[in-house]
Design a protein around this ligand. Structure first.
Ligand SMILES: CC(C)(COP(=O)(O)OP(=O)(O)OC[C@H]1O[C@@H](n2cnc3c(N)ncnc32)[C@H](O)[C@@H]1OP(=O)(O)O)[C@@H](O)C(=O)NCCC(=O)NCCS
Length: 188
């Protein structure tokens, strides 16, 4: 249960999403991504922020989304992707009028539960609210050099996005630990 802004409790359930949810997922992602407008570097902003073909490509590339439903209606999504020797949290979005009610927290807890490999999250450096959100849930922001090496190893994103992103990890990682992780990924 999550307290709505009105103070009324709404029934929130976390669970899998299916093919029937794709249109609602795109709607949530693109409405929530409005938060980036004017915040992330202008050359990285485009509309829609996530075109349908990009979401389809992410699903085909192994991003597994979970959804948060309020009275059965999808209000938030978050994905997880196994990459080599780590798990990545990908694409965290909650409908703007449902943000700040604990839905993101529930999704993050659900996705991180029982994971033994390091969990990494990449986000825009300028998205200070997202960085704070993950830090409040125990994630540690990594040094810029280490973040760049990790982004090159585990993500498929352009150099420009690497330069304007940060990486948070489920446990603090020293430069040596990042090096060991990347060496392990190469053997994977
Ligand atoms: C980041 C995001 C997924 C978090 O989901 P959420 O449901 O808002 O998360 P929660 O409600 O669990 O936590 C948000 C925190 O901000 C606070 N908050 C208060 N008002 C808020 C508001 N209007 N909007 C967002 N957060 C608010 C909450 O109290 C909470 O703080 P706490 O953890 O100290 O309690 C969501 O805000 C979002 O979609 N943002 C835009 C897109 C984005 O930045 N995605 C991240 C990409 S990596």
């Amino acid at each position: 249960m999550a307290a709505g802004r009105s103070g009324n409790p709404d029934a929130v359930t976390i669970g899998p999403v299916g093919d029937d949810d794709v249109a609602a997922m795109l709607d949530i992602i693109n409405r929530a991504a409005e938060a980036y407008r004017g915040v992330i570097p202008a050359d990285r902003w485009h509309e829609p922020y996530m075109p349908a073909a990009e979401l389809a490509a992410e699903l085909a590339d192994g991003v597994i989304f979970s959804g948060a439903r309020i009275d059965g209606v999808l209000a938030g999504v978050m994905g997880v992707q196994r990459r080599k020797n780590v798990d990545l949290i990908r694409h965290a979005y909650v409908l703007p009028d449902r943000q700040g009610q604990g839905i993101g927290a529930s999704l993050l807890r659900h996705l991180c539960q029982g994971r033994e490999r390091p969990v990494l999250i990449g986000t825009w450096q300028a998205a200070a609210w997202a960085v704070r959100f993950y830090e409040r849930h125990g994630f540690a922001i990594l040094a810029a050099d280490d973040a760049a090496r990790l982004l090159q190893t585990y993500w498929s994103i352009p150099e420009r996005q690497i330069a304007t992103s940060v990486v948070l990890a489920s446990q603090p990682l020293s430069a040596a630990e990042v090096g060991a992780l990347i060496a392990g990924a190469r053997r994977n």
